[in-house]
Design a protein around this ligand. Structure first.
Ligand code: UDP
Length: 243
């Protein structure tokens, strides 16, 4: 199933985790550089005010529905979307499959030391995985040529970029043709969770669709960003009235 659902002007793929993995598998086989984005409500809201981000998402080869908000919006607009595909889970599934396919993975982003800790964790979780490089996500523009050269020299097949939204999407879109990487994905707080710097919501909260609440409780600094959620609900609703 390849249906793309328009949510506030962004085309989101109505894929399941299985479907997303199959699409990404075909991207690896084609070997052309592609961007996979993981669209949660906050990202979709941001795209309504950031034309560059919106264009990048609409040009991405795959945009998975990350989060209960995105799935709710699709249903509210009358589309079918069977499950959410969390960026964190997608990254884990891809890493799990990497050793058997001899795929090389690069961790780019998060605070100094975090990607290295995440690498150690990945090597424990996924025996024989090849994490061929790490680089923290705090850099100046003049550091970028070196970062690009390092990534190219490491020859990853999969680049996980955790620079936050929309920096990661913009960075990947700007450099994807230079990097010579098959699949690049913006993965937000994934390394923080893997390194144990940040916790993921307990399963019951994920099931109750309350992951956003858990994050706000843990990182009160982010709580202000929660205002995006009711705004998202209202905006989706009014876009439906207009349609
Ligand atoms: N981050 C980074 N460079 C930056 C800004 C953020 O590497 O310039 C990292 C940050 O350390 C964290 C990740 O990006 O590991 C996700 O950040 P945040 O949770 O703020 O972003 P979100 O994905 O929720 O927008």
């Amino acid at each position: 199933m390849n249906d793309r659902v328009d949510i506030l002007g962004v085309k989101v793929d109505a894929v399941t985790m299985q479907g997303a993995l199959e699409r990404i598998e075909s991207f690896f086989e084609e070997r052309k550089p592609v961007i996979v984005a993981t669209a949660n409500a906050e990202m979709l809201m941001r795209a309504t005010q950031d034309e560059e981000l919106k264009n990048i998402l609409n040009a991405a080869e795959l945009v998975v529905p990350d989060g209960a908000g995105t799935v709710w919006a699709a249903h509210h607009l009358g589309y079918e979307m069977s499950e959410r595909v969390a960026g964190y889970d997608l990254a884990q599934e891809l890493m799990k499959r990497a050793p058997a396919k001899n795929r090389r993975v690069y961790f780019f982003g998060s605070a100094p030391g975090v990607a290295d800790k995440a690498k150690i964790k990945a090597e424990k979780l996924y025996p024989n995985i090849k994490i061929v490089g790490t680089r923290n996500g705090y850099f100046k523009e003049e550091d970028e040529p070196q970062i690009i050269a390092d990534i190219k020299a490491a020859k990853p097949d999969l680049l996980l970029a955790a620079l936050g939204v929309p920096k990661q999407e913009k960075w990947l879109a700007k450099y994807k043709d230079e990097l010579n990487v098959s699949v690049s994905i913006g993965v937000g707080g994934t390394f923080d969770v893997m390194a144990g710097v940040m916790k993921r919501a307990p399963k019951w909260m994920q099931k109750a669709k309350l992951e956003w609440l858990f994050r706000a409780m843990l990182q009160p600094k982010r709580a202000g960003r929660l205002i995006a959620l009711p705004k998202f609900v209202l905006k989706v609703h009014s876009s439906k009235q207009k349609a």
